[in-house]
Design a protein around this ligand. Sequence first.
Ligand SMILES: [Zn+2]
Ligand SMILES: [Zn+2]
Length: 226
Amino acid sequence: MIRRIPGVRGAQAYLYDSGEGLAVIDPGYTGSSRAVLRFITAQGLRTVDWVILTHHHIDHAGTAFALCQATGARLAVHRADAPYLQAGRPRERMTVWGLADRLPPRLASFVVSCAGGDRRILEDGETVAGLTVVHGPGHTPGSICLYSDSQSALFLGDVLNNERGLRTPPWTVNHSHRDAMRAPHRLGTLRFDHAYFGHGPAILESADQRVRAFLTRRRPVPVPVG
Ligand SMILES: [Zn+2]
Ligand SMILES: [Zn+2]
């Protein structure tokens, strides 16, 4: 079962269940936990087992800690992004996100997500709630996609968005733009019908072909020698 959660601010939030625990993927910007809870209740569901973050940005992760506290769910985040959810987080380079490090703490709390408490640290290739972690660093060091073999689906976080067709995020929001440009190439070998993005509409048919077509367009054409 996959549902987009309505009423969440920031990035798109999803409910995922394949019989190995109910997961909320990227619950959204600070203050969105009530919308998530309302939707869970409306679906006749009671427990949330996991809150899984595709990365630490506040439009995806801002309400993660509140949701964990309200439901008793465990937080799961990739090892390389976990430090960004704690006080004394690493400094960002000067992108839009890096500006947060120059703000007074009260203002910074609007652009920096803090989710303390117990968490599961994810590594590439591990599974959580029936989803396989596909590490695609660049947008953030610990950016991941989540792959579901049983539901033939891929959650892309911000590794690719679908706001005006498939795109990698602009350099202004990437931790390492070079890596962010390379990150989607790992997805070319996966088979999935459905693709769900942090930003932009889902693709619900032959999504893997669309991603592969994007990668082919993007791959630099070798210059003939001689
Ligand atoms: Zn985002
Ligand atoms: Zn992001």
